[in-house]
Design a binder for this molecule. Structure first.
Ligand SMILES: *Cc1c(COP(=O)(O)O)cnc(C)c1O
Length: 415
């Protein structure tokens, strides 16, 4: 099938309705929705029997390598509504040298490198879907609180289809993020507070001037976009799943989305009932999920004085807390916190040893893998997938001061 054909031909879609993730209450598809009446995230439901009949692995294998290949499991009904900036299938990159040093098999430690996506982070997946659906539903003005990457992806996709955006980020958000958001056509403000303080401003703007609230999990479609990580991963592993997935968890969209993906893939007969253990990785300066997991709680109260260099996971409170905790527990996984020192050391080690420059949040998953090996919760013969959620190049890098004076004699043997 030619690429153009895929983008212009209408395709059958299978969305039946939306469902409150907490109460199970049903909501009609094809209408603008935020949270459910219970104040919880809405999940998109599909006619999975229909998908099972309509889609084969062979059909899928012939499609272009972008995540719209999974369109039967995505909510966009009309091809004309797809807003795309070129969402590549992200590669699985083994880290053989550090795996070997840790005594693990060379192919057991793999990174899914999400830094290759538009705007340099996996937020592109969620926002490509959220913006495509906003376009389909006629939304004109989207607003969002962000630690950086989500705002950049929203700005890019919304501008690409002429939707207006207003974005709020904590005042210490990295300069590169604020700049890219502004350059990509959004109106962006630094706010003296954390991401949930920014979220309150968006909530007020929604009530007062009708902005569409694009906050994490407060609209139904970012999960569907993030779900494609699970679909891709299973297809890349030959319709199998790894033993363990280590996911840097902020709002948890990706973890929740992948868990949903695996259930849907089983329902359409593409994978069996094996599931990876889902490991929610947080920073010790902001670890609400870890605390709730360890205390056996269903919900995770706000983490006060949240701080970590891994700004993408500096999320003190998540609306989808119970969905994250449920997926982690049902999978037999766990939640784990790593210190900023461990994150920095992990980033340095992976870059130096395997030539892979991770973002701090991605490096946190490697630090967590090592900690998991040390405390016996992960075995060396298990296949583990780390998520590098953004390109390491988006973050401030340490200055290097070494110079060479070309007018002086050079001692080559010492270089
Ligand atoms: C958003 C983000 C995360 C957290 O992802 P969630 O799915 O919202 O938990 C992790 N790392 C980076 C770089 C991010 O931008």
């Amino acid at each position: 099938m030619a690429y153009d054909e895929n983008l212009t031909v209408e395709h059958p879609t299978f969305v039946t309705h939306l469902e409150c993730s907490y109460t199970g209450e049903r909501y009609p598809a094809d209408e603008v929705h935020g949270l459910s009446r219970a104040g919880k995230p809405l999940l998109v439901r599909y006619d999975l029997d229909g998908v099972r009949k309509a889609l084969t692995k062979d059909t899928l294998a012939k499609r272009p390598p972008d995540f719209w290949r999974y369109r039967e499991l995505l909510p966009v009904r009309r091809v004309a509504d797809i807003v795309s900036l070129g969402e590549a299938i992200t590669p699985l990159v083994p880290l053989p040298r550090i795996a070997a040093r840790a005594g693990a098999g060379a192919s057991e430690l793999i990174v899914k490198d999400e830094g290759r996506l538009p705007t340099g982070s996996f937020k592109a997946r969620g926002l490509a879907l959220a913006v495509s659906m906003a376009k389909a539903l006629g939304i004109k003005h989207m607003a969002m609180p962000t630690n950086g990457n989500a705002g950049a992806a929203l700005a890019a996709y919304a501008s690409h289809c002429g939707i207006k955006t207003t974005i709020f980020c904590p005042e210490d958000t990295p300069e590169v993020n604020v700049s890219e958001i502004a350059l990509q056509g959004a109106t962006v403000y630094r706010v003296n507070g954390l991401i949930d303080d920014c979220g309150k401003i968006v909530g007020e703007g929604k009530a007062k001037v009708g902005w569409f609230d694009t906050s994490t999990l407060k609209e139904p479609y970012r999960i569907e976009g993030k779900k494609t990580m699970g679909l891709e991963l299973a297809e890349q592993l030959g319709w199998d799943v790894p033993d363990v997935i280590l996911y840097p968890t902020g709002g948890g969209t990706g973890l929740i989305g992948m868990w949903k993906a695996f259930a849907e893939l089983e329902a359409i007969g593409f994978i069996g009932n094996k599931r990876p253990r889902m490991v929610a990785v947080q920073a010790s300066g902001c670890a609400p999920m870890v605390r709730a997991f360890e205390q056996g709680e269903e919900h995770a109260p706000r983490w006060e004085d949240a701080h970590t260099i891994a700004s993408g996971i500096r999320v003190p409170q998540a609306v989808g807390d119970f969905l994250i905790l449920r997926a982690v527990r049902e999978s037999g996984g766990f939640a784990i916190a790593v210190s900023d020192e461990a994150i920095t050391a992990a980033l340095d080690e992976v870059a130096r040893e395997d030539g892979f420059l991770m973002c701090p949040e991605g490096a946190a998953t490697y630090a967590a893998w090592k900690q998991g090996l040390a405390d016996g919760r992960i075995r060396r013969d298990e296949r583990a997938v780390l998520f590098n959620c953004a390109t390491g190049l988006k973050y401030p890098l340490p200055p290097i001061r070494r110079t060479l004076d070309r007018h002086k004699p050079i001692d080559f043997a010492s270089l």
